[in-house]
Design a protein around this ligand. Structure first.
Ligand code: NAG
Ligand code: NAG
Length: 251
């Protein structure tokens, strides 16, 4: 039971976009010598990114531009999001998953919508260079993260997500906007770029490639069983299955 509640809270945390990204970007400049030893052991020489404007980074890894730094953090955050979405697959029973996803999607689109309004008011346009203003960065990152998160969700839980998403015209319009925003941001590379591309096909923003198959769709699983090298199913699962207690109010 605890497990459920904590998990639900964690999902909402991930979705709400209260991620530590902008904060991290700050603390790494503020902390002087103690900067993330992980990021690039070479940072110590460089006190702070005093002149982020001209973007004249010296080619070496030492002077990552704010945007490059952001992309690193974005990638780290993406792995956490994907883990969270994967774990929904083992969350409660079908009805509970549906409820959870419903709550998550509402929050997710609300966040994108607000971020869009905020971006518009601050004069930031899709395709503009990565903003210097931290507040605006935060809006940008909310759009990017939540759109990517939606991609994870609709690709891995297509049946449940379609059932909710397909009847919300407002969500569809928002996603079409945020998809454009994301593609123009330059922040999606490699697997993230692919995710965006697949998501757009899955929800019909762009034409579906003739070879496109989502193996997570129940209809496709009948044909070809998808096997994920999942973690060995925990014994916990047995208990959970018989004792679903998560109620609306607890969510
Ligand atoms: C939009 O701006 C308002 C007012 O500054 C702020 O409270 C809200 O958190 C912002 N929303 C997003 C999603 O950034
Ligand atoms: C950053 O952007 C916000 C939102 O547009 C604005 O209110 C704030 O004044 C800006 N800060 C600076 C330092 O320009």
């Amino acid at each position: 039971m605890y497990f459920h509640i904590i998990l639900a809270a964690a999902f909402l945390f991930v979705v709400s976009g209260e991620a530590d990204i902008p904060a991290d970007m700050h603390s790494s400049t503020a902390a002087g010598g103690e900067t993330e030893s992980e990021s690039s052991g070479l940072d110590s020489e460089k006190s702070e990114e005093s002149v982020p404007s001209t973007g004249e980074a010296s080619g070496s890894q030492v002077n990552l531009s704010p945007f490059e730094k952001y992309k690193r953090l974005f990638n780290e955050h993406r792995s956490r999001q994907l883990e969270a979405v994967k774990s929904i697959l083992n969350f409660g029973d079908e009805k509970q998953r549906y409820e959870l996803i419903n709550v998550m999607l509402k929050q997710l689109f609300k966040t994108i919508e607000q971020a869009k309004v905020n971006l518009t008011m601050s004069g930031f346009l899709p395709g503009d260079p990565f903003p210097e203003n931290d507040t605006v960065r935060d809006y940008v990152s909310k759009v990017l993260e939540n759109t990517a998160m939606f991609g994870d969700m609709v690709l891995r839980l297509p049946d449940l997500v379609h059932d909710l998403y397909d009847r919300q015209r407002e969500w569809q319009l928002l996603l079409a906007w945020s998809y454009g925003f994301c593609t123009q941001s330059g922040a999606f590379e490699g697997p993230n770029e692919q995710l965006l591309h697949l998501m757009a096909q899955e929800v019909g923003i762009i034409a579906m490639d003739p070879n496109y198959v989502n193996p997570f769709k129940a209809a496709n699983q009948k044909k070809k069983r998808y096997e994920e090298p999942a973690k060995p199913a925990k014994k916990k699962q047995k208990k959970i299955r018989r004792g679903p207690r998560l109620s609306h109010s607890e969510l």
